[in-house]
Structure formats: C-alpha cells, structure tokens
Design a protein around this ligand. Structure first.
Ligand code: DGP
Ligand code: NA
Ligand code: NA
Length: 210
C-alpha cells in the first residue's frame, strides 16, 4: 500500500457554469491541504492541433464534423503521456473539460451516435471523479450573452445538456452533479469535499482507462 498516485479530477458542464474558476480554486485548495496539484484544460489551444481547433471554434475556418471530433480527441491523446506521468508522480490533475465534452458536443450534431463519438477516447486515463456543474438555462442567461464562438447558442447548448444527461447514467464513472447556481464559495466547498474523498480513494489504485 505504498503506491501513492495523484487523482484525475474532471470538471464538466455547460458553458458559463463557472468551470474554469472552480478548477483554479480547487487546485489552490488541494495544494493548501498538502496535495501536489495542477490544472489542465481541453481543448489545449497551445499545441499545433489545438491551434487548428481554436481557429475552428473562432469560425476562422470550417472543418468537417468527424474530422474536428478526431482532432479534439487527438488533442487529449497528445497530452496523455504527460497526464499519466504526473499522476504516477503523485500530482493530482484538475481538468477543465475532457472526453465527455467531446462526446456531448459532437453527438449533439445530427448523425452522430454516442458510441461512435466515444470510440477515439477509449484508452485515455479514466477520471477518479467527474464533477458536473449543472446550471439551468434561466440562470445561465442572467450570467450574460453567449460569446461569438461556434456552439455558443442556447439551442445547441440544450442539445449538449441532453447528451451529458445520457453520459451521466454510466455507473462505471464517479459522476457528482453540483448545483452551479449557488455562490462561488458554496460550489467550491462541495467540489473540494468530493475531490478530497476521491483523491484519498485513488491513491492506492492503478490508473484505469476509459
Ligand atoms: P472552452 O475553451 O472550455 O470554452 O471550450 C471551447 C468550446 O469547445 C466549448 O464550446 C466546448 C467545445 N468542446 C470542448 N471539448 C470538445 C470536444 O472534444 N469536441 C467538441 N466537438 N467540442 C468540444
Ligand atoms: Na467557450
Ligand atoms: Na471554461
């Protein structure tokens, strides 16, 4: 029982649920309680593949839907060796979006099954905890207008939300639904409790795969 790896903690949710803020606060809290922790986010727009994705999201160019799906997945795979290495070194990773966004966003487009969408991510490190920040559309609307990027319409986000609901039925994953309408501090406290629990449980287990 000497094996102590870091935990893989993923935050998912619809746009404007506060994922990025909560990821940063969680990393700080884990570090303060003595657990090495770092944040990563997907898409990682800094790599070559990430730059293609970024231009696509900014509507600077179009890409065929299957192609862009595979690019998002490739963007996760290119960081996979680093993710595995950090976890093995005992560093917990807080991840802003992961394969579930991949499946939810592409399968919200016509003609894509959940199964096809999941297949390129099979084999990626399996999260020890997936926190889903849930926000009802009325509250989300109060947080301001959507941006100008691709996918940022209430119609598409509604379809994405329905796909996330499907994904959350998977009992082999540790999904925790968090009410993101609460204050930043209340949401943080809940996320921190779930994360400390998951990190304790993960530290003596091998890294599983999706
Ligand atoms: P963000 O940087 O978190 O705002 O995400 C950028 C946008 O890309 C957001 O609308 C969600 C979407 N997205 C994130 N991951 C994937 C993915 O794997 N596939 C697809 N199709 N869209 C994704
Ligand atoms: Na966005
Ligand atoms: Na974000």
């Amino acid at each position: 029982m000497s094996y102590r790896r870091g935990a893989l903690i993923v935050l998912e949710g619809v746009d404007r649920a506060g994922k990025t803020t909560q990821c940063m606060k969680l990393v700080q809290a884990l570090q303060q309680s003595g657990r090495p922790a770092e944040m990563i986010r997907f898409p990682d727009r800094t790599t070559k593949i990430g730059q293609l994705i970024s231009a696509y999201l900014e509507k600077k160019h179009n890409l065929e839907d299957h192609t862009v799906h595979l690019l998002f997945s490739a963007n996760r795979w290119e960081l996979e060796p680093m993710i595995r290495q950090k976890l093995e070194q005992g560093i917990s990773l807080v991840v802003d979006r992961y394969a579930f966004s991949g499946v939810a966003f592409t399968s919200a487009k016509p003609g894509f099954s959940l199964e096809w969408c999941m297949s390129p991510d099979v084999g990626l490190p399996r999260p020890d905890l997936v926190l889903f920040l849930e926000l009802n559309p009325a509250v989300a609307a109060q947080r301001g207008e959507f941006g100008a990027e691709r996918y940022e319409t209430s119609e598409f986000q509604k379809a994405v939300m329905q796909r996330f609901q499907q994904l959350m039925k998977d009992p082999s994953l540790n999904w925790q639904v968090i009410d993101a309408a609460k204050s930043i501090e209340d949401v943080h406290a809940e996320i921190k409790t779930h994360s400390e629990e998951a990190a304790e449980a993960a530290q003596h287990q091998p890294i599983a795969e999706l």
